[in-house]
Design a protein around this ligand. Structure first.
Ligand code: NAD
Length: 466
């Protein structure tokens, strides 16, 4: 057989080009801002912060602009890295998350001064930096959180030291390098944002205890928020949720079915805001399920539900918890595990309200649906399933009374009406975005203003010009 050498050469060249294209930009060189030890990272960031104090607000904005540009250019690289490293989520959705961060995270325009003028003169309130901020980031939105927090914190005039989730350190540190590339390209100081090559509990403890770290921000589950709040420092805690969605009999059911599948399957249900259990009025539940099926959901029943429970959850001392190997995996894998071959994007099933699928924050594309007799029962069970996290809740209804009553009862930071959950962070909904939603400490959707301290400056008998 004769081999066509030109043809083979062409194929090899194409493959090499593709491999090169998919390579992370910073893989082969030393990553900017990434240090071997936390001690070195803390030293470097302090020096950077001192220099940064001399930069103007306009210069901060130039750095942020460059970070936005690089994030858009490298969204796909980070999306791929994130899925490869953590084995969680979907590349196409992670691309969207990075684009959202680049386009809708507020910059310096978020800092608003306040003033009083009167017979006694002029008093000003300005939003000043905290200094060096210590930030702990999750495995579920690793690079997104690093970039989003960096933009907000730099806009506020701060420097940042990150201790990312160990299971997502490669992509988180890639993002730290990207942020530094942006800062330096815009004429900013080196190491304004730093991290450690191998984040550990010890490096996290060192960061939290360091006297130069003036504020702590934790994005993650209950453990980390608790640890931070015991630190004795100013802390912002963005904790866990278990968002319910209610559908009543006034809702546009076709839209509700589609929106819930879109929200609950987005990035395989990793977002903390995603619909995690559904309460549907008994008289519309069949139609709602039909529309979910029409939009990519697969309904499992009876024994299949218990089979799946034993695959993706673990019982310990009579309490159900997640099997971490299944967090953020594709719906098709869950179905395969119980002998079903389907490329559906969401698994749905009917359960009672006490089922662990309802009560546990699973972060898996598995959505339980509970039939309820009326809106009172829906609200009561939804509030209970949210476990007082006061994080996110959603509803599909055209009844203003139902919309209002559920919002009042559940008291969540985010409440989305008649849209997929992600509308709550500015994707298809009005308002800015963030990946650090601070329910426990009350800052809500964090942005530059959350990372500043108010300073009052008083001038008596002067500068009052009328
Ligand atoms: P996780 O709690 O396992 O980890 C989050 C971070 O905290 C990691 O960096 C981890 O190393 C660190 N950590 C955990 N326990 C710690 C402790 N005792 N001391 C110091 N650091 C500690 O969370 P995850 O699995 O990466 O992310 C999913 C969780 O985070 C979910 O509960 C989700 O709801 C929540 N989350 C909340 C928000 C929000 O904005 N509110 C955003 C994303 C994720």
């Amino acid at each position: 057989m004769e081999i066509n050498e030109t043809y083979v050469k062409e194929i090899i060249e194409k493959v090499l080009k593709d491999v090169e294209k998919a390579q992370p930009v910073a893989s082969s060189k030393k990553q900017l801002g990434v240090f071997d030890t936390m001690t070195e990272a803390l030293e470097a960031v302090q020096k950077a912060y001192k220099l940064f104090r001399k930069y103007s607000v306009a210069q901060r904005e130039q750095m942020i602009s460059k970070i936005r540009e690089l994030t858009l250019n490298e969204a796909e690289v980070m999306a791929r890295m994130g899925v490869e490293e953590t084995k969680m989520g979907r590349i196409e959705h992670k691309v969207i998350k990075h684009q959202l961060v680049a386009n809708k995270t507020p910059g310096t325009e978020d800092l608003k001064a306040n003033a009083w003028t009167g017979d006694d003169g002029l008093t000003l309130i300005e939003m000043a930096p905290f200094g060096v901020i210590g930030s702990i980031t999750p495995s579920t939105n690793p690079s997104e959180t690093v970039i989003c927090n960096s933009i907000g914190m730099i806009a506020g005039g701060n420097a940042v030291v990150f201790n990312p989730h160990p299971n997502a350190k490669e992509v988180a540190n890639y993002a730290v390098d990207l942020v530094n590339r942006g800062i330096i390209a815009a004429g900013g100081p080196e190491n304004l944002v730093v991290t450690v090559k191998n984040p550990t509990k010890e490096s996290s403890d060192e960061m939290m205890a360091a006297p130069c770290v003036k504020m702590l921000v934790a994005t993650g589950g209950p453990g980390v928020v608790k640890a931070l709040l015991s630190s004795g420092k100013k802390a912002i805690g963005a904790g866990a949720g278990n968002p319910p969605v209610i559908v009543d009999d006034t809702a546009d059911l076709m839209k509700a079915g589609r929106d819930i599948v879109l929200g609950a399957s987005f990035d395989n249900n990793l977002p903390c805001i995603a619909e995690k259990e559904c309460f549907a009025l008994y008289n519309i539940a069949d139609e709602l399920i039909y529309h979910m099926q029409q939009n990519g959901a697969y309904l499992i029943k009876g024994e299949q539900i218990e089979q799946l429970k034993n695959v993706c959850l673990i019982e310990k001392n009579g309490k159900w918890g997640i099997n971490k190997d299944w967090v953020g995996r594709d719906a098709s894998k869950f179905l395969k595990a119980i002998g079903i071959d389907s490329d559906a994007k969401l698994v749905i099933c009917e359960t009672d309200a006490n089922h662990p699928f309802v009560q546990v924050e699973m972060m898996m594309p598995v959505l339980p649906i509970v039939r309820v007799k009326d809106i009172d029962e829906a609200i009561e069970l939804a509030v209970q399933a949210e476990h007082g996290c006061r994080h996110s809740a959603h509803i599909h209804s055209k009844n203003i009374d139902h919309l209002t009553r559920f919002a009042q009862a559940v008291e969540t930071t985010i409440f989305v009406k008649n849209a997929p959950s992600y509308a709550g962070i500015g994707a298809g909904g009005e308002g800015y975005t963030t990946f650090t939603i601070a329910g426990p400490t009350g800052e809500g959707l964090t942005a530059a203003h959350s990372f500043t301290r108010q300073r009052r400056c008083v001038m008596v008998d002067g500068l009052h010009i009328i």
